[in-house]
Design a protein around this ligand. Sequence first.
Ligand SMILES: Cc1cc2nc3c(=O)[nH]c(=O)nc-3n(C[C@H](O)[C@H](O)[C@H](O)COP(=O)(O)O)c2cc1C
Length: 215
Amino acid sequence: MSAKQIFTTLAAFALFLASSGCNAQSKQENTNAITQSNNNAMNKIVIFFSHAGDNYVVGDNGANYITNIEVGNTKIVADYISEITGADQYEIVTHKYDGMAYTPLINLAQEEANKGELPPYEGAAPDLSKYDTVFIGGPVWWGTYPQVMFTLFKDIDLAGKTVIPFTTHEGSGLANCVSDVKKAFPKATVTEGFSIYGHEVRSGKAKVEKWLKNL
Ligand SMILES: Cc1cc2nc3c(=O)[nH]c(=O)nc-3n(C[C@H](O)[C@H](O)[C@H](O)COP(=O)(O)O)c2cc1C
């Protein structure tokens, strides 16, 4: 079964759950400038997108439910990476999905993916000239990264840089993210990716640390 098929099954179940009425509230404050680490000797940066608000969770005990998260799962992983490696950060920001309940959000995201839409991001693309290593992270949305990430990909050049993709997800793992990053940046050296369940990230710092140590 493909990542997309797995998620379609998950999403169908979630649609049912969503009818029980979760309210979406995004409390995450986003900026779009590069956030500099005090400790970036290695010229690394984490470029990421993360959506706070209603999200779908497959719990460890097999229970599926929708929950409202104040800080997005991928942002938590991006923060671990910066804390552990000293990498700077650039967050891809859009307000398009702010406050959306889960069901309309997955429907909109699916439509965007099917049509290959490229929703605009806030602010300017980052100047990446001083970085040689670029982590790229986001949630898996319908089998790949959210479309707004591809909008940014068109505006940056990673030729000659080492690119390290990662995802947070609820069953699809890396899905098509690594191959899509390779397609977007054919002149970069794209490494193996890292994935972690979204519902695991809050207790998953050690897992992220172990991955980073083995790079
Ligand atoms: C619109 C949408 C589509 C999603 N599609 C998938 C998917 O295809 N596969 C999957 O495993 N999880 C999927 N998920 C779950 C997210 O990937 C997962 O919850 C992730 O950790 C969210 O990260 P974030 O909080 O940083 O946005 C989807 C969630 C949303 C909201």
